[in-house]
Design a protein around this ligand. Structure first.
Ligand code: PGA
Length: 260
């Protein structure tokens, strides 16, 4: 596990963008996993900027989205499909046929989730899965208590999430109660998990996820079991970590060879 501490949110987004740029440079068909939320917005802006400067090409990128509300059409402004189109996909040269999404209105939910997992396998797995983290430790919609080996599946949203979403919908009946989400087991199989966090209000959960015990009560702590997990966080989000100095030291020495 690697912890990269940047001064501020902008530094977090720049570092994450360069990790993704590097992954795209080294693969003919990079497979990327994309989250929604506030945190990745700055990263998506950087990726669009790099694309506009000819520094990254999405022509052969394959994209998988992490989760989706059940019941919303892709064109609904609150759907994650809409968010991804609006904040990234429509600004770059990614091909529509290379975007794979969890469908908020699947005919058969279980079959849809199984076929999503199959599709990930068919393309050779996800090279870089970008993640945010909830204050309660969730990754994707895997809320505390989610099985650490869970797969893509239907989840029931917490009452807090349902209540928080109420203001985004005109009619109470429209507010989603369910979602589809990649599981923690699905995320653990990605080749690189790139978790971003910014701000003091994430410091407690970052400390638990990075330095606390692996527990279903803090789903992000499962990333301690990931073969290549990278936490890119700012100083404020890092403020609860005990081993900060070591993470900085490791980052500074990363590029050095054994015989400098
Ligand atoms: P945020 O959400 O980026 O809006 O803080 C992260 C998450 O809940 O996964």
């Amino acid at each position: 596990m690697e912890v990269i501490i940047k001064n501020d949110y902008d530094g977090v987004c720049m570092e994450a963008a360069s990790i993704i740029q590097e992954a795209c440079r080294h693969r003919s068909s990079p497979v990327l996993g994309f989250p929604t939320g506030k945190t990745p917005l700055g990263l998506y802006e950087k990726l669009i900027g790099l694309y506009n400067q000819g520094e990254i090409d999405f022509a052969s990128v394959m994209a998988f989205t992490l989760d989706e509300y059940v019941g919303l059409e892709a064109s609904h402004p609150q759907s994650f499909a809409y968010y991804m189109d609006n904040h990234l996909f429509r600004h770059v040269n990614i091909k529509g046929e290379n975007i794979f999404r969890l469908n908020g209105q699947p005919g058969n939910i279980e079959e849809h989730c199984r076929s999503y997992e199959r599709k990930i396998q068919e393309v050779g797995g996800i090279d870089v899965q970008i993640l945010g983290i909830g204050k309660n430790g969730h990754i994707a919609f895997n809320e505390p208590g989610s099985s650490l080996s869970s797969r893509t599946r239907l989840k029931i949203l917490t009452p807090e999430t349902v209540a928080a979403n109420r203001s985004f919908f005109q009619d109470e009946k429209e507010v989603p109660r369910f979602c589809l989400t990649m599981g923690i087991g699905t995320i653990l199989e990605t080749k690189t998990a790139l978790l971003l966090a910014s701000g003091k209000d994430k410091s407690g959960v970052i400390a638990k996820a990075v330095e606390g015990p692996v527990t279903a009560s803090v789903p992000a702590s499962a990333l301690q079991l990931h073969a290549r997990a990278i936490f890119v966080i700012d100083e404020a989000a890092a403020s609860g970590l005990t081993n900060k100095d070591y993470y900085r030291w490791a980052y500074e020495n990363k590029g050095r060879t054994l015989n400098p």
